[in-house]
Write a protein that binds this ligand. Sequence first.
Ligand code: SF4
Length: 381
Amino acid sequence: MMPPLAAPRHVYVHVPFCRRRCSYCDFAIAVRRTVPVREFIDSLAREIEIRYPDQPPRDIDTLYFGGGTPSSLGGDGVAGLLDRLRARFRFDDRAEVTLEANPDDVTAESASAWRAAGVNRLSIGAQSFDARVLAWMHRTHSADQIERAVTAARAAGIHNLSLDLIFALPASLGRDWDDDVRRALALDPAHLSLYGLTVEPATPLARWRERRLVQEAPDDVYEREFLAADETLAASGFEHYEVSNYARPGSRARHNSSYWRHVAYDGFGPSAHSFDARRRRWNDREFAEWSRRLAAGGDPCAGDEVLTQEDVDTERIYLGLRTSDGVDMAQPDLSVDAAMLDRWVASGWAVRDETGLRLTPRGWLRLDALATDLTALSSHS
Ligand code: SF4
């Protein structure tokens, strides 16, 4: 068994269950009509026990339930899970405790139970307010349910709300992106995550494309919708602080920001990754295999790696470029091609100031290519 990682202050729990697979989704999920709540909670508690056998409860700053659909555990399920986690992790209301939720799971009862159990932030998978689009995506909720979910969360005392939306959909859907952004803003969320649609292998969407039933949006549509949303949200007071994320001042996602700052985090549940700033490990992807190995008393680790200094530097550059904090160009291993950076600035892709280099929204549209160019410049002994 790999030795336990140093104890991080950020904890991720992967809850893999979904009622059906969304057309674009390639996440590690387990499609279940009935969620095996008890089995999941027991397995998760066992994983913590096996990986940290003698460790007293430790303090953490953020706890994030992602998936999958964590809200499918219901009010009592999430409360039961948090109860077990509190035996090993100490956190109070100053900690950020986020639950990813599908709108159809958020009711007055479930939201009250989540709030009472310690959840203080919901990340709601809205995706669109257009009924035709939601059906095409295989979403299990309606536009009305998004609005009702927001109302129920607030009534229960959960005010730190984030909404996810997907842009760059096929033109054949006739989706009005600007209208979806407006409807999301009308709900006054503290945070928004916007993701461009990509066709991942082995998804229903990939099969539709193979059969020529659907055509991806071209690059210029992707660019237009990304920049239009950026403009609307900036005018509404949102900070575009990471390539896909916008927040009202003071409402940035603290848990996800720990990933972008390259600090240590611990992950539990199928497919979850853990990182101690040098080593990374990841769990079995499938729920059944993860659960089986734990029941047999084993660590469900599926792989691990130790990052070289070069890996660490490369990841830091890439993560820096993703965020509005940018990259510190004074770091010792980074040699600078001034002409290349001048070209980026002249093209409107980046800005340079005394604190370093930051990409603009136009630069973020070319993130992978620019990150590759910049990391090629870093020199390592
Ligand atoms: S609800 Fe989320 S995790 Fe589940 S299938 Fe849909 S996109 Fe994937």
